[in-house]
Ligand binder design. Sequence first.
Ligand code: ADP
Ligand code: F6P
Length: 323
Amino acid sequence: MAESKVKTIGVLTSGGDAPGMNAAIRAVVRTAIENGVTIKGINRGYAGLLDEDIIEMDSRSVSDTIQRGGTKLYTARCQEFMTSEGQDKGAEICRKHGIDGLVVIGGDGSFQGARQLAARGINTVGVPGTIDLDIACTDYTIGFDTAVNTAMDAIDKVRDTSTSHERVSIIEVMGRHAGYIALWSGIANGAEEILLPELQNYDEKKIVQHILARKALGKKHTIIVNAEGIGNSYRMADRIEAATGIETRATIIGHIQRGGSPSAKDRVYASAMGCMAVELLCEGKTNRVVAYKNGKFVDFDIEEALNMKKELDPFLLHVSRTI
Ligand code: ADP
Ligand code: F6P
């Protein structure tokens, strides 16, 4: 094994948590140890870095965590780290604690922070962690698979009661700016309508017409999957009920989608990404982000990754409209 180019790696989770983050942390810790590198955990993302909330970790620190949701390092959003003074302070604190390599598990915002630390001499690698799947450089983000399966299970249950009562059901899934959970669960649950923030395809008049047309054909219920970014599902339900005369209920699945035991895919891919992030740092790489693209684990320059644009998969959109 070649000698590692970094001596001490720090690891933090930042932004919204996602099931599988613990699997990634575990992989980072164990790969670092395997490479003879000291490993330190930074609690509460960049906020914890600025507070020097830094802990020593060893192999046992991550025992019994691969199956757990959430993040054992906690997560936070940190305004101070958005400023160049905050970023200077963060880099200084890394140096003070001997941290010459850093793994940042989070979304695009967290990668912006990682880029700033890299520019200040701390070798950094990002690992994509968000249930929203809204990171352009990668076809996979930690937590999406678990979250979309959680949404699917919940919608199946709502469908049962919706059918029994011959109702319209609006089910709001997470995704303030990203419609991946809505698109996937919409297809997986055979929803009649899928409302997506990227398309702003919410046309209440058309939805009412569709509901009435389907009712005329004998259809007993309607499932509408609404991404959080579109608007208030309760008020939407009241208006649709008034316009169609059909009882309409709204269900907001909410943060249940962010928790729970990660799926096999999230455990395995998060482990692969955590392992790869440390190996990149050991090779002396910096300002990189790990990704899963076209069936392979790869890495990109953070700058390049942040400049990529992500669109909803046009073929999946076509599928959702066709069936
Ligand atoms: P995510 O990483 O999931 O996209 P956020 O956008 O909330 O989540 O970002 C998480 C944290 O990353 C922010 O609270 C902030 O500390 C840091 N961050 C976000 N954007 C920047 C930026 N432009 N420069 C430096 N740090 C940033
Ligand atoms: O984790 C992503 C996400 O769930 C978005 O879909 C949502 O808009 C946001 O986080 C909400 O986060 P919070 O409730 O933690 O502010």
